[in-house]
Design a protein around this ligand. Structure first.
Ligand code: C2E
Ligand code: CA
Ligand code: CA
Length: 763
């Protein structure tokens, strides 16, 4: 399962919070509805309470006045006089159903006109009336009976009884009247109750006087008996549990209590219960919870709709954001895996895609391409031009190698993964590409023709993993730089060369510290009299494991690794020190000493390094220039790049009395015009020309040319690699000034040189 992103986790969190908020809102709304309902019920309860109290006390007063009048009239004896009074009472109090006057034995003596007295039994004989009748005999207060259906009147009534006492306090008679339950003016009438509020009036002995939700007409059985004691018990338990109060507490204090309970219709309800002490009944106002819930429906719908709409909008917002985020991520991923400039994939892309890509290939070739002289163009014309060249090269790579993977390795290096290629096919494609690459690239006013070198390594024969193949294609590319075709296929030999190179690199690092380096010196002689005028110092490296390593092999490595600076320093220090000591010993016993020339090979990297000058100048200031004349042998590579810079470098050296010899002259491309601008003292004809001077006419011509150039510019010419007398003859005829070669002497260590020079002086 994919774990949702941070963004979606935030969304889910907000959703949960909003649902929780919705839940809380519903909860608070419910509390609000409940409290409003309780307030409403409370109000209704006190309303009913006080109006019932008023009603009963009014009836009590009415009956008392009535009783006094009936006593005055002696009603028991003269019922006819009283009859009018009773009938008047009834007609002026329509809420009363009838009136009766019974003697203390319960026998009805007088009844209102609407009652047939003969049909009525003795009140003490009837269970419903006996209890209250007896009660009425005992108390001055009005006694409220329990609701029943009075057949004689065909009505549901509540009987009210009150005794009449004479002036001596003896009970004279008992008045009985009935309150019409359904009377329109009754405080209990549903019409007088606030909307939806139900009402129950329950007598102290749990007889129901009236229940709005169980009206006598519809639920007569609710009035026949007291409420089931089990139910009462249960209610009492609930009362204690919910309010901590008992019925007795309720009866004693003037309090009302909130309660949740179940009504006779089995509905869960909330209610307020209070107790009327005077007339001993409970007033219960209540509302079924269903109604409260109904009240909740609209707000709940609102709340959840709002939350839903909120979450939905948020969802779209988050979705939009997540899409933006994904786009940004895709863009970042693309940027990370592609080269900004050429839009070609880079190494990271290769690393990711390679395992899958290679699975689908049986055989493939990796081409490592490096542009020739790109650095020069870049330095000369600026990076924007360089960038445009790279863009164009990338485009040409794509066209030349369709259906392949093209990677920009960095700088001017590209890698191509070619599918299903035989070596010949791969080479052909490379040739076509190099041909297409040569086609001029126009940038502003400039025109470039770009060359490149390509190294090819093949899967599976040359290697099986990408690192190995890339490394091999890379070393092969270096070989390609030396090939005329500029294309090279990986071979075991190249691998060996490269491995030896790494070994040399490793060993060379410690060469100075391990004392493995030493200097030898090869004499240079004057052409006229073959007298030694000086020496060229040459470096030797004798390594414990590798043996003697030729400088041709290790100097280029020292140059690429940067070791040339410390090695060059060693060369200068050692050569100067040793030559000074040789000079001192040579001329120890004579006063006419001759200055010896010391030619030291200096790499271009050294000349371009500022620190080199500081150390060099302090070094020369320490020795006597009458003993040693210092000469630097430099190659043309120095001014290929920047002629102005070369000029300033060489001038600086000359100002410090250091001569400049142009080494390997003739192998490079230096033109006359370039030479004339530089402060050069000597041209050194490369050994390769001297070698063939006798057999190759062109080489002879070239040497003669060099010598005449030298003459015209007043620069002396030295021929190196002179091995036999015939060569000397030829060189002498051409006007060469100095010689150096095995014919005269091989390079030798300082002791041999001393001996050699001592011999020469003595001649
Ligand atoms: P190079 O400066 O052209 O030095 C001349 C090379 O030709 C030397 O080889 C020398 O021994 C050799 N040689 C001279 N005369 C003859 C001859 O008559 N016959 C033959 N067969 N060879 C002759 P070496 O000493 O092996 O030096 C090779 C190259 O290594 C030098 O070429 C120079 O470029 C470089 N090198 C040597 N020592 C140093 C050094 O101290 N610093 C720097 N930067 N490069 C050095
Ligand atoms: Ca040299
Ligand atoms: Ca040379």
């Amino acid at each position: 399962m994919k774990f949702p992103s941070q963004l979606w986790r935030t969304y889910i969190f907000i959703c949960c919070i909003s649902m929780l908020t919705a839940g809380l809102m519903v909860y608070f709304k419910w509390q609000n509805v409940l409290s409003e309902t309780f307030t409403e019920l409370q109000y209704a309860n006190s309303l009913v309470f006080s109006s019932s109290q008023a009603m009963f006390s009014q009836k009590e007063t009415l009956l008392r006045i009535m009783g006094e009048r009936l006593l005055e009239l002696g009603s028991l004896k003269k019922p006819d006089d009283a009859q009018t009074l009773i009938d008047q009472l009834l007609s002026s109090n329509p809420e009363l159903a009838g009136f009766g006057l019974a003697d203390t034995s319960g026998q009805l003596i007088l009844t209102s006109f609407n009652i047939d007295r003969s049909k009525l039994p003795n009140l003490l004989n009837q269970e419903e009336s006996a209890k209250t009748f007896k009660e009425a005999l005992q108390t001055d207060r009005i006694v409220v009976g329990h609701t029943y259906f009075m057949k004689a009147l065909n009505q549901w009534i509540i009987p009210l009884r009150e005794r009449i006492t004479d002036d001596k306090g003896r009970v004279y008679a008992v008045m009985t009247t009935g309150l019409k339950i359904n009377d329109i003016n009754s405080p209990w009438n549903k019409k007088n109750l606030p909307n939806n509020i139900e009402l129950s009036i329950i007598r102290e002995d749990f007889y129901r006087l009236y229940s709005s939700h169980a009206e006598p007409d519809k639920y007569p059985q609710a009035y026949e008996k007291a409420i089931d004691p089990l139910l009462v018990k249960e209610f009492s338990k609930q009362l204690i549990k919910q309010t901590g109060k008992t019925f007795n507490n309720l009866k004693e204090g003037n309090i009302n209590l909130q309660i949740f309970s179940i009504d006779i219709l089995n509905r869960h309800s909330v209610g307020i219960i209070s107790y009327n002490k005077n007339y001993r009944f409970y007033v219960i106002t209540f509302k079924p919870i269903n109604l409260l819930i109904k009240q909740m429906i609209t707000p709940v719908i609102w709340i959840f709709s709002l939350i839903f709409v909120f979450n939905l909008s948020l969802y779209f917002l988050f979705k939009h954001n997540s899409q933006l985020q994904k786009k940004a991520e895709d863009r970042l991923k693309f940027q990370a895996e592609h080269d900004q400039l050429t839009q070609l994939p880079n190494r990271y892309f290769l690393n990711r895609i390679f395992p899958k890509w290679s699975e689908e290939q049986k055989a493939y070739a990796i081409l490592f391409i490096d542009l020739n002289n790109f650095k020069t163009a870049n330095d000369l014309y600026g990076h924007s031009v360089g960038d445009q060249i790279l863009i164009e090269v990338a485009a040409r790579i794509k066209t030349a190698f369709p259906d392949s993977l093209h990677i920009r390795q960095g700088g001017d290096e590209f890698t191509i993964l070619l599918t299903h290629q035989e070596s010949e096919q791969a080479i052909d494609k490379c040739k076509q590409f190099l041909y297409a690459l040569k086609y001029p690239i126009r940038i502003n006013e400039l025109v470039f023709s770009i060359g490149a070198s390509i190294g090819i390594a093949r899967y599976p024969q040359d290697g099986i993993n990408i690192e190995e193949l890339l490394r091999k294609a890379d070393i092969t590319m270096y070989d390609a730089k030396n090939q005329t075709s500029n294309i090279s296929l990986f071979s075991k030999k190249l691998d060996e060369i490269s491995k030896r190179r790494s070994l040399l690199e490793k060993e060379l690092e410690h060469a100075i510290r391990l004392n493995e380096l030493s200097m030898v010196y090869q004499p240079q002689v004057d052409a006229k009299n073959h007298q030694v005028i000086g020496v060229e110092s040459l470096l030797r490296w004798n390594n414990a494991t590798l043996g003697f390593v030729p400088p041709d092999e290790f100097i280029p490595i020292a140059e690429t690794t940067g070791l040339i600076h410390s090695i060059g320093q060693f060369v200068l220090n050692t050569s100067i020190r040793e030559m000074l000591s040789i000079h001192k010993q040579l001329y120890r016993d004579t006063d006419k000493s001759q200055t010896l020339r010391l030619s030291v090979n200096i790499s271009v990297q050294q000349l371009l390094n500022k620190e080199f000058y500081n150390s060099i100048f302090s070094l020369i200031s320490q020795h006597d220039t009458n003993q040693i004349q210092l000469m630097f042998e430099v190659t043309e590579n120095l001014f290929i790049e920047d002629i102005e810079m070369a000029k300033s470098v060489l001038t600086q050296l000359q100002q410090h009395n250091i001569g400049i010899s142009l080494d390997d002259f003739g192998t490079g491309y230096s033109s006359l015009s370039v030479l004339s601008q530089l402060p050069i003292n000597e041209l050194k004809i490369d050994k390769s020309f001297v070698d063939d001077i006798l057999i190759d006419h062109h080489d002879l011509m070239l040497i003669q040319n060099i010598i005449s150039i030298g003459k015209s510019m007043e620069i002396q010419v030295l021929a190196e690699g002179v091995e036999d007398i015939e060569q000397i003859e030829m060189l002498k005829d051409s006007g060469c000034d100095l010689y150096q070669g095995y014919y005269f002497a091989k390079p030798m260590n300082k002791d041999d040189l001393l001996e050699y020079l001592a011999g020469k002086i003595c001649e």
